[in-house]
Design a protein. Structure first.
Length: 334
């Protein structure tokens, strides 16, 4: 399907009303329920939330990489340059995946092939997407990509296997492979979670540098709001498969609206908070996807829950321009 008229002319990627279900032995679960997002050209969108909130499922849906046959996209549209990716034949999707939209994962070992050298794997990306390039040129391009992501002595690293590299180096190799075709969009799913703190900072700096040098758009998925604050332009906070709040990074951190976002921010340690005082936490746990409550999915943990919250699903309300919140507290105030 080709889009008749684009509503948001700035957006390179738009997800509309995405619903994703998984069939499990216990029954069908709805892992993503009505997610909407927009990614502008050259911007960085952070998606934040706890494990299992639907961040990665949303990303895998964009890539059409959801596990089969257990997952099912029940509804929605994913617009990339006026094409609905969900309508594309899989052969056409292969030309977009890796070339126009790339993804890097938390654990590079799951994405890198352990039995092939780094050189073989990076050159394979060029062979796949630019078959007209000769082997000599592909070797040079592969080496240049490794240099670009800060790998010292790329000739030596090309001959190594993934298990012979450190976690940070493996992540750099994966970034080099993801950027080889100069994609329009990079999706980075928890790219630094498995790394130690100093390497985390280096990898995030690298993504930021590549993004600003090439005006690439980035979706950065993380549970770490500090990472969002330092690296993103806009942020989407997800809870139990739904979007709770979305805003530019500044307004979200200065004036968080959703009780869940407030809880997350209150629980971050900071120098301003008194030493030896316990940090506030969000009580309770995320409800099971097999047994989601009616109404607001955060109601069981929310200090402001009202009877309405247990009956009606809160809709996304535009509180201020570009700052939306899905919470009945704000519907009441309108
Ligand atoms: Fe809390 Fe109700 Fe808002 Fe949900 S809708 S976050 S339960 S106040």
């Amino acid at each position: 399907m080709i889009r008749a008229q684009k509503e948001n002319k700035e957006a390179l990627l738009e997800v509309e009303d995405l619903v994703v279900a998984f069939d499990t032995e216990q029954g069908r679960i709805c892992a993503v329920d009505g997610v909407e997002l927009e990614l502008a050209k050259g911007s960085v969108l952070g998606i934040a939330g706890e494990s299992g909130c639907g961040k990665s499922v949303t990303a895998l849906s964009i890539m059409r990489l959801l596990p089969k046959p257990v997952s099912r996209i029940m509804g929605g549209r994913i617009w990339f340059k006026d094409q609905n990716l969900l309508d594309l034949p899989i052969e056409q999707m292969h030309t977009i995946r890796g070339k126009k939209i790339s993804m890097i994962f938390q654990e590079p070992m799951t994405a890198l092939n352990p039995v092939h050298s780094v050189g073989h794997q990076i050159m394979e990306v060029f062979h796949l997407h630019f078959p007209q390039m000769g082997s000599q040129k592909i070797r040079i391009a592969g080496k240049e990509m490794l240099e670009k992501v800060g790998i010292p002595d790329p000739d030596k690293v090309m001959k190594k296997f993934p298990h012979q590299l450190s976690g940070g180096m493996r992540q750099r190799v994966m970034i080099a492979m993801a950027l080889a075709c100069e994609p329009d969009i990079l999706i980075a799913d928890e790219p630094t979670t498995a790394l130690d703190v100093t390497v985390q900072a280096q990898i995030l700096d690298l993504i930021k540098k590549v993004q600003s040098d090439s005006a690439m758009s980035v979706i950065l998925i993380t549970h770490d709001l500090g990472v969002i604050a330092e690296n993103c332009d806009k942020v989407l906070v997800m809870y139990a498969g739904r979007v709770a709040e979305k805003a530019d990074v500044g307004p979200l951190f200065q004036n968080p609206l959703h009780p869940y976002t407030r809880g997350l921010l209150d629980s971050i340690p900071s120098r301003a908070k008194k030493a030896k005082t316990l940090l506030p936490t969000i009580t309770g746990g995320v409800p099971s996807l097999l047994n989601m409550p009616d109404g607001c999915r955060f109601a069981g943990r929310c200090p402001h829950a009202m009877s309405l919250c247990r009956r009606g699903v809160p809709e996304m309300i535009q509180h201020e321009s570009g700052h939306g919140v899905a919470c009945h507290l704000y519907a009441k105030a309108l």
